[in-house]
Each structure stands twice: as structure tokens, then as C-alpha cells.
Design a binder for this molecule. Sequence first.
Ligand code: GLC
Length: 549
Amino acid sequence: MAENTFLAGDAHWWRQAVVYQIYPRSFKDSNADGMGDIPGITSKMDYLAQLGIDAIWLSPFYPSALADGGYDVDDYRNVDPRLGTLADFDVMVGAAHGANIRVFVDIVPNHSSNRHVWFRDAVAAAPGSPERARYIFREGKGAHGELAPSDWPSHFGPTAWTRIIEANGEPGQWYLHLFAPEQPDFNWDNPEVIQDFETTLRFWADRGVDGFRIDVAHALKKDMTEPLPSVTSFAMENIPLDGSHPLFDRDDVHEIYRGWRTVFNEYDPPRVAVAEAWVPAERRPKYAGADELGQAFNFDLLGTPWSAKKFHQTIEFNIDLAAKSHSSSTWVLSNHDVIRHATRYGLPKKVNSDNWLMSDGKTPEIDLEQGLSRARAATMLIMALPGSTYIYQGEELGLFEVADIQDADLQDPMWLRGGKTKKGRDGCRVPLPWAKAGSSFGFGDGPSHLPQPFWFPAYSVEFEESQSGSTLKMYREMIALRAQLQGAETLEWVKSRKKVVHFTRPGGWHSITNFGKKSIELPAGTVVISSGPLVEGKLPAHTTAWITE
Ligand code: GLC
């Protein structure tokens, strides 16, 4: 394996990168088994290059029973045989680099799967053994240890504890899982765990991987001092700002990332990372520090309503926040965990996007036209900002959430473990439509592991290639212009009317978004692109334009 010398020396490539998230099982299937795979990604490298993105981030492709879409990892240093081989991975990285595209992989350090060799060994070994010490095992409460060690919930279901059957056939100790029971939490106080993850980081970096997305980066360190305190909700509002929560955002988690930085800096250019850390915003800069992961996801726009004032506040706040750690901000409107933003922006007012898709059949009507025009406008707005932008596969087609997946087809543990009330995240994970027709609309020559909706042909790559003004064409043009227009990481706000967000970037480039219902006059200059057609020279509702002076 060749060391990655791709653009060696440019240590700052990530600061204003456009990163395209691939959910591998749903991107492109090369062998007709209904599941997307690594050769499928390689086969679409031209498409990705034409989109103009700087990097791809692959959600987990490791061997997994898919209890949580692959975030339950059996083996951190291999490829799921259904998705390909390590040799296929190397070919994919080579093709990406050949197309000037960098590669991020997802590292899932909080928990493995229950099929990981370490967890199997732990269950087979005795309480108190070194094998058990790699995870978090405890005796139960009650006369016979029949009660969970604490009242902690899990993110997916009612409890964070599961009891095992010991080698003697009797119920025994309990293990901690902040997510599904198939996702036992590692014990990060154990030096073996620390070493093993550093080995994993080097394994992928040696194969030429350029960056890492760190799953649940805020949860690795826990205070397991007895008696365990009561924690009945994982809501972020309950995480204090002083690092004193027993499970989340503890100060000592940062020691781990300082160690990882040493690993990243062994490479040229240094490997980069972005933290998925659901912590109060004030606590984010630590994760993003240059001596730690370097960048942290800013998810604030996911919860920002369609309001010029609120967008302005969120943007200003996050630019200042990123500057505190000398990082650049990240902008996110969609990913594999949330409903697609074309749908989110079409929800009736006051409907909470977390709870809109329930099993009670009372899903509110979506205003598709409003949703898509706002989504296009919001994307063009964030693409004009300093910092890096993370886009999620299919948003370049203007895909909506697939809201009508039948209960029996749902795969998400959020649904399966959560009492079958919230439909969960499958609706944004449906395999992509590449073609107008054919089995699975060009996703593969076979079926698709989640059912695709009847409306996919009109959102397929093939169809959008043929349509002027399609969302795909807009993304291509916008990303190409962004690369030309973007200079220093600064922004000047232009005082403007209410319901308008207007700023300039170096070189006199304006981005102006109309959040209101009435068309507005544009500033003088040349309109280089707009997210929807102008009407009599004016910027209509829910539209963004870029203008050069
Ligand atoms: C992250 C992932 C999510 C997964 C969870 C547990 O939040 O983005 O998909 O379910 O971690 O690994």
C-alpha cells in the first residue's frame, strides 16, 4: 500500500471543504444483492468528481450484523463481505485520490458490536477477568442481581443494561450499552482499548484514508463510581457545562483525542477528524482544538426554524465559536440520522421534525414545493459561508424523506427498540435512484434493501441530468462557483431588510437569501447563480442568489 502523498503539504485542505456523506449500503449496488457496496462507490467516482466535492465520508462499511445500520462494528479493520474486500477499498481510495477527492471513514469508538471478538471473549470469561475489563460489566442489584445496576435509559430503548448468561448457564453480570443491546460500550479507562483504537486509526491512515468522522465522540469516558447516580434522560439540556455528567462530555475524554492527534500528525498531510459531539455549543471548541480532533460538527441549523433572524444568529454564533479553537465551522442540513431537509422545510409550522413521523398514521401533510425551494435556498446559503459543508447523499437530487415505508420493512433500532412509535431514520436511508426505470431505479440490478417510492424516477440522476434547473445541476454549478469564489475565511454582514440574510465574502461576492413571502430587489452586480428562477429581476420567496460586484 502506497503512503498517501496526495496533495502532501496542504495541511489546511479541510477548512473549507465540501464533504459528501455516503451511506454505503444505499449508494450503489454492484452485485445485485440489494445492498450498496464499495465497488459501487468506485463505479460512481466520475459522478462524485463532476459534483465537485472535495471529500467523501463513508458511514461504516465494516463487518456488522446491522443492528444499527453498521454502527455496530464486529471488526474495525475489515470490510463487510457483503460490501466488498480490503482490496476493493484500496481500489476505491485510489480512484478517489485520482479524482482529487479525499476519503473520510467513520470511527465508532464508544461501542463495538456484541459479535466483536473482544465481547465474545468477555462473555465467555469470568467476572473480574481482563476480558471483561474491556467493556463495562457490573453486578445487578436486588437479592439475586436481577435488577439493572442503575436506572439509565439507552438512546434507543428503555434501558442501557443487559444481563448476560454466564458460562455456567446462570444469569450473571450486566453490561452497559448506551445504544442497542447489540452495541456494548467499551471501557475507555482500559489502556488496551486506547491502544487498539490507535492501531485502527493507523490501519486506515496507512491505507491512504485522509480523515475520520468520530461517532458519539462525547461519550467515551464514564464515571462508574458507585453508587451510580440516577440519570433518567439523555436530553442535551441536562448536560452540565462543567464536565461533571457521569456519561457525557466529561473533561477526561479529551486526553483520548490528544493521543489521537499525535497519531494524525505522524502523517503528511496530517490526518484530520471531525467530532460528532452532541454537547452544549460552548463545549464544542475543545473537541475541535488543533491539539485534538480539529473540527466538530455544528448541528445547530438542524433545529433552526425558517427565519432570517434565527439563521443569522446561528451562523454568527458558530463562526465565532469555531474561531475560539482556531478551527473552521461545519454546516450541516441533512445526514443519515435526521429527516431530509427538503421534507423538514415543508413541514407545517410548529410540527417538531423529531416527532413528525409516528406510527399513528397521523403524519402531517408536507408542502413539497415549499420544502424543496427552501432546501435549495438554505443549501446555497450555507455553501456561501466560510467553513466546511457536509452534504448527504441524495440531497443533490432534492430527495425527500421516504415517509411511507411500511412498518414491516423498517430496520432502524430507534423504531424496533423504541416501542414502535417513532418511525426512525430509514426514510433518509433509502437506496438512491440513479435511473428513471429498471430494478431499483439503477441502484443495482437486483432489489433494494429498503423499498423505494413511486416518485423516485422524477428525482433520479438520469432524469435530473436531462432537466435544466434540476437540483443536481444546481449543486454542480454551485459547488464549482464556490470553489472559484471562496477566498479568506471571512464574512461581512450587509445590513438588510427583515426576512433577508445578506452577506459578502472577500472579492465582493454577495449571498442573499429571501426568507419572506414577497419578492425583493437585488443589489447591483451580476447574478452568477440562484436557487430558483428570478421573477422580473427580483428574488422571490425562499430563494438565494449569489452576486458578484
Ligand atoms: C451516531 C450515528 C448514529 C448511530 C449512533 C450509535 O449518532 O450517527 O447513526 O445510531 O451514533 O452509533
